[in-house]
Design a protein around this ligand. Structure first.
Ligand code: BGC
Length: 725
């Protein structure tokens, strides 16, 4: 606060005594007291002025209230100042580790504080319905329970430092192609059990302070105008007391948007509340004063919660040594070892002299683009990481994918494309002389607004891998991709495959640690790796891509208010219902290449002593895990429930609990996992409550969804119902 403002402050703010701050400015006063105190001081115009904006929103100069500052993004802060690029949140979800989610949230919020930002647009919690969605890298996979649990921990860690999390994009914004005109159409059960669940848990368990509605429609209505989802379920039924704000083009009509539950209109949609129509509607009584005040209260609550009204906030820090180390550690924990025949990994460095490093990602750090792009302080490429770890002992031959033209980095993406593949003859010649070949593969650059046509590796990579494998059996393929890719054409020909996702700034260091065995890869799949794209539910049912409802594709939604029209042009019909991801593969008996929950380690684990205590409302599951190999490593204990037959079709098994344990060789630990009381239930859309039919429920402990190691049965004599999940 500058000197003049400090001197005038008590006068301006209406403090009763000289130097005494007004109640709303008093950090010691209770939240709701501060909210009410400020609310009553605002004029009608000032109230409306708090309800729209962009990366900088609102503020009331007269009352000494600075604007709220909001920032992307979910995987690292998007800023002109360089920040830490964490492994993407898909990688975070592959850690299956709530402690990792807390570290992740802690780093983001400290960098937000250092940049004097208040609201972080993250985490992204839409489900991976199809692998081709351009934004899967900034979401957290296909399972609602896994997403919810990690999101809650991420949110709590962000908000513990006085920064607001803003979960996005409410709801089922899982395709980015024509997102402004696509309606996600589904029944209530699918909404409650699958696509809304993480938002519900973010509100109930994470106590998230804000949510962003997507640009999409839900059941024919823009989410920002969707009173059923926003007003009735979130604010009404679930008691969400935070702010619902729109995506950058997510709103159109002020009255429908206001009645639909939206508190703030943002970005290109800011005009919806700012162009005078909203104010007029309040003056005319079309939008009631109490509805206006409810929105303003929520926004003030957000200001108070993230310290905007306080004289000072914690300082935070960017790019600390701790952040660098944690970015590396998180990448290791999120990397999934998919295959390791002959225990070729970790590499026996003492016997290596000559290594061929190749593939289009060997000399770059792939990141997703769009608002989830991060212009990071560091970018350690795989080749740089390997050289730093082993360059004094080993010669690296590098055959590159040639890029013509220098790389340009904007706030949105890094421009290069994958480059031109080398000739197969060159690759073969280089591979013949190498002890080991390490191929760093990546997918077609993609991101926000940019879905993919398929998930094949582009730029000659499949051919190159097959050719290399034919001349050198010691080939390791490392995938740096934003979702699963189709690798069926060569996976049987290579002994080892790692999936490292977009591993962030420390990509090269983390991968070197894994390849040479300094660390064991800790990840498990948070999404099914199908053999082919058509195996996934929405594809196989012919409902992806979405159905065009008009006689021609209307193109992009216009950018100016005059151009912009509400347009429902595509229908995404969620015909698969709750059978998303592995639930579909299981129900249809489709063999995945690598199932949900799968991941190898450099060591082995044994599970035992399963006990299920059902004497209380919540099931208490315990078992022991032992490291039976001779290296350290982490295992994820996955608890699935396989329900009996009921009046509605239910998935064969569903993830309902998990815990990650890190064990030294020979070490064993008892793990306790408490399940939610409604973990056994499905959502009954007629009676509007959660129900569990009588019968036998198998409680299963798995090392993946297709590798169940222990089972126990609990019997339910009569139907049980639950008001909430
Ligand atoms: C994206 C959001 C992002 C916002 C602000 C939108 O286009 O969909 O995820 O937070 O822009 O950059």
């Amino acid at each position: 606060m500058n000197l003049l403002r400090a001197l005038l402050f008590p006068v301006l703010t209406g403090g009763l005594l000289a130097n005494e701050p007004a109640l709303y400015q008093n950090p010691q006063a209770g939240l709701e007291l501060r909210v009410e105190d400020l609310l009553k001081r605002l004029t009608l115009e000032e109230k409306v002025g708090l309800l729209y904006g962009s990366f900088k929103s609102g503020g009331v100069e007269r009352l000494g209230i600075p604007p709220l500052k909001l920032s992307d993004g979910p995987v690292g802060i998007r800023s002109s100042i360089k920040t830490t690029a964490l492994p993407c949140t898909l990688s975070l979800s592959a850690t299956w580790d709530v402690a990792a989610a807390r570290i992740y949230g802690d780093i983001l919020s400290k960098e937000m504080l250092a940049l004097k930002q208040n609201v972080l647009f993250g985490p992204g919690i839409d489900l991976m319905r199809d692998p081709t969605c351009g934004r899967n890298f900034e979401y957290m996979g296909e399972d609602p329970f896994l997403v919810s649990t990690l999101a809650v921990n991420y949110i709590q860690a962000v908000q513990a430092n006085g920064v607001a999390a803003c979960v996005k994009h409410l709801v089922a914004n899982d395709t980015d192609h024509r997102r402004h005109s696509t309606s996600s159409n589904m029944n209530e059960r699918t909404l409650r059990e699958a696509h809304l669940l993480a938002f519900e848990m973010a509100a109930r368990d994470g106590h998230v302070w804000s949510m962003m509605s997507g640009n999409n429609l839900f059941n024919g209505l823009y989410v920002a105008e969707n009173a059923h989802v926003q007003q009735n379920i979130l604010k009404g039924e679930l008691g969400f007391d935070g702010v619902l704000l729109t995506d950058w083009r997510g709103a159109y009509d002020p009255i429908d948007t206001a009645n639909g539950g939206t508190d703030m209109t943002m970005g290109l949609a800011a005009y919806v509340y700012s162009d005078g129509r909203f104010l007029q509607a309040v003056k005319n009584g079309i939008i009631s004063r109490s509805l206006l005040d409810d929105k303003v209260r929520r926004v003030i609550r957000l200001y108070v919660r993230c310290g905007v009204l306080d004289p000072s906030r914690a300082a935070g820090a960017i790019d600390t040594t701790a952040h660098r180390d944690q970015a590396r550690r998180l990448a290791i924990e999120g990397t999934v070892l998919l295959k390791n025949d002959r225990a070729i990994l970790p590499l026996d460095v003492s016997r290596l002299r000559h290594v061929l490093v190749t593939g289009p990602a060997s000399d770059r750090v792939p990141l997703g683009h769009g608002s989830g792009f991060v212009n990071s302080t560091l970018r350690i490429t795989p080749l740089a990481g390997l050289k730093a770890a082993l360059g004094d002992r080993i010669t690296f031959d590098h055959v590159k994918w040639e890029i013509t033209g220098p790389e340009k980095i904007s706030a949105w993406r890094s421009e290069t494309g994958l480059g031109t593949p080398p000739s197969i003859a060159n690759l073969e010649a280089a591979a013949r002389g190498a002890d080991v070949v390490v191929f760093f593969a990546t997918d077609e650059p993609h991101g926000e607004n940019d879905d993919m046509a398929d998930i094949d590796l582009p730029s000659g990579q499949n051919e190159a891998i097959r050719a290399l494998a034919a001349v050198n059996p010691n080939i390791i393929v490392v995938l740096l991709t934003g979702q699963p890719v189709t690798i069926n054409s060569w996976v049987q020909e290579v002994p080892a495959v790692l999936e490292a996702w977009y591993a962030g700034q420390a990509t090269g260091d983390a991968l070197a640690d894994i390849l040479i065995g300094k660390s064991s890869p800790g990840g498990r799949l948070s999404c099914t790796f199908g053999k082919e794209l058509n195996d996934y539910a929405a594809r196989s049912l012919g409902v992806w891509p979405s159905r065009l409802l008009l006689d021609k594709d209307p193109g992009e939604a216009g950018k100016t208010p005059e151009d912009r029209k509400r347009l429902y042009a595509f229908a995404a019909d969620y015909k698969e219902g709750v059978f998303i991801g592995y639930r579909w593969f299981d129900q249809q008996n489709i063999e995945p290449l690598f199932p949900f929950g799968f991941g190898l380690s450099y060591t082995t684990f044994a599970f035992g002593d399963l006990a299920v205590d059902s004497s209380h409302d919540a099931l208490r599951v315990t078992c022991t895990v032992r490291n039976t190999g001779n290296r350290e490593g982490s295992e994820v204990v996955q608890v699935y429930i396989a329900p009996p037959k009921s009046s509605v079709p239910r998935p064969i098994r569903e993830l309902k609990g998990f815990a990650k344990v890190h064990l030294n060789p020979g070490e064993s630990r008892q793990v306790e996992i408490i399940l939610r009381p409604a973990a056994i239930a499905y959502y009954d859309q007629t009676d509007k409550l959660w129900k569990a039919a009588p019968g036998d429920y198998q409680i299963e402990i798995g090392a993946s969804s297709r590798d169940i190691r222990l089972k126990s049965t609990i019997k339910l004599a009569v139907e049980k119902t639950f008001a909430r999940y």
